[in-house]
Design a protein around this ligand. Structure first.
Ligand code: DWN
Length: 437
């Protein structure tokens, strides 16, 4: 698959174009985000996509909705899969960013586990400082506050930061990078622990971000980073987790290559089920790799995650899933069945737009996050309601757009199952989940 030249449509070309005003906010890399290599090989092209978390208010429905190319490439230089397009982070994450971690029990539970794991690995006291980059609404740092350990949250989204401050988590509303790290160090602050969950993949200045961690971390400190695991993405065909917020898709191999460039050494790793499969990385200024890490790096070598061949057939598999999902939904609708979506998730935006799932197939979407209710899905514009609508209307099928939270969601909707409702998962295989309901 060759990398197509960036189409430079002019504004006013209609929904599918990118307005001149938006083109200035985007850029397209020609070199690897990590190592700078120009040996980038395309393995997936999802076409022009709306911004995954840009849920539309009713008064925006008549406005131009920007779309941007979404192409994934593999770097032969450092084995990092990544997307070509960089959308201005101020467009993606600043005001009205709708993601609040505390709406999701799975995320809260993982945060508690992370805090417990960190406190078991490094002695912390009231003289310590635990920092979280992309601290959102304080969902994780509150676990350290409860142990009287000083914390500092850093997040660019005003809404979640205000919520974090409300629950007593000191937070800076800003993007993290080497510049902010320098300001904090100049102010006499250095971190014993730097946490970054689901942020590394989102950062346009990948090297500046890691350089900032290296600068801000105490010599005996640890960095604890969580990111979706590209091996799970490929193996379970989780193509819907590819969207413009996710610039990079890490393996342990690619992560180690990036961090060692800044004097930080990957020493341990834990596989996690969250977000479709993630890795929790432990790095520090000294190299002391655990057996678990040595084993995982060997597995990646054996599987070929550091070669293009591992990614080569992904596009074919994705189109296969897309067609089978469409056919399943079309067949059910032709039988007069009603279908709605659960989870106004960023991944849901990729799924419904790449599989062309409009309101003719999925009538509406529900979500617990009150900041999304009353809005409309990007691109396909399903209205978003609260989950109680499913219990009152009992549609025949619920398509789990937030399939990564299926157990938590299905437990909430047990009454729906008992009333005869059915769930559909889109990946790794489009399927109706058989329940006892
Ligand atoms: O990386 C990212 C992940 C961590 O979160 C961000 N770039 C954007 C976001 O992606 P997402 O929206 O696909 O993540 P989730 O966590 O899969 O989103 C789940 C959605 O489903 C949220 O809007 C909340 C909603 N939800 C719900 O309504 N009821 C989730 C659960 C568990 C529920 O019970």
């Amino acid at each position: 698959m060759t990398i197509k030249p960036f189409p430079r449509p002019k504004s006013g070309d209609g929904i599918g174009a990118v307005a001149d005003t938006d083109v200035g906010l985007t850029s397209r890399i020609t070199k690897c985000r990590s190592c700078g290599s120009t040996n980038l090989r395309a393995f997936l092209d999802l076409g022009e996509m709306p911004l995954a978390d840009r849920f539309l208010r009713r008064d925006q429905l008549a406005e131009f909705e920007p779309r941007f190319p979404l192409e994934a490439v593999f770097c032969d230089g450092c084995a990092l899969p990544q997307i070509l397009m960089t959308v201005d982070p101020n467009v993606l994450f600043r005001d009205a960013y709708p993601y609040y971690s505390s709406f999701i029990e799975t995320v809260l539970s993982n945060a508690r586990d992370s805090a417990r794991e960190i406190m078991s690995r490094i002695p912390l006291s009231q003289d310590s400082l635990v920092v979280e980059i992309a601290s959102n609404d304080g969902y994780l740092l509150k676990n350290f506050v409860e142990h009287q350990i000083p914390v500092l949250g850093i997040d660019p989204a005003e809404g979640p930061v205000e919520e974090a401050r409300r629950i007593g988590v000191e937070s800076l509303c800003d993007f993290f990078g080497v510049e902010l790290a320098g300001r904090l160090v100049a102010a006499g602050r250095k971190a014993d622990v730097i946490i970054g969950n689901n942020v590394l993949a989102h950062v346009a200045d990948t090297n500046g971000f890691v350089a900032g961690i290296a600068r801000f971390l105490k010599p005996e400190g640890i960095a604890v980073i969580e990111a979706p695991y590209v091996r799970d993405l490929i193996d379970h065909c989780e193509f819907d987790t590819i969207y413009h917020e996710h610039l990079c898709y890490f393996s342990a191999t690619a992560f180690a290559n990036l961090f060692e460039r800044h004097g930080l050494y990957l020493n341990d790793v834990q596989r996690l089920p969250i977000h479709g499969g993630s890795l929790r990385y432990f790095a520090s200024t000294k190299s002391k790799p655990s057996q678990a890490l040595v084993d995982l790096l060997q597995e990646e070598k054996t599987l070929g995650l550091d070669t293009f061949e591992y990614y080569r057939d992904f596009a074919v598999r994705v189109d296969n899933v897309r067609e089978r999902l469409r056919q399943l939904l079309i067949d059910l609708r032709s039988q007069g069945k009603s279908i709605v979506g659960y989870g106004a998730a960023a991944k849901g935006t990729t799924l419904i737009n790449y599989a062309d799932i409009g309101t003719d197939l999925v009538e509406y979407v529900v979500d617990k996050n009150v900041h999304k209710q009353g809005c409309f899905m990007p691109g396909k514009r399903q209205p978003i309601f609260g989950p109680e609508r499913i219990l009152s209307e009992t549609p025949d099928y619920v398509l789990l757009l937030a399939w990564n939270h299926a157990p938590e969601i299905m437990k909430q909707l047990d009454a729906y199952s008992q009333a005869g409702g059915h769930f559909i998962v889109p990946v790794p295989e489009p399927a109706i989940i058989e329940t006892q309901g």
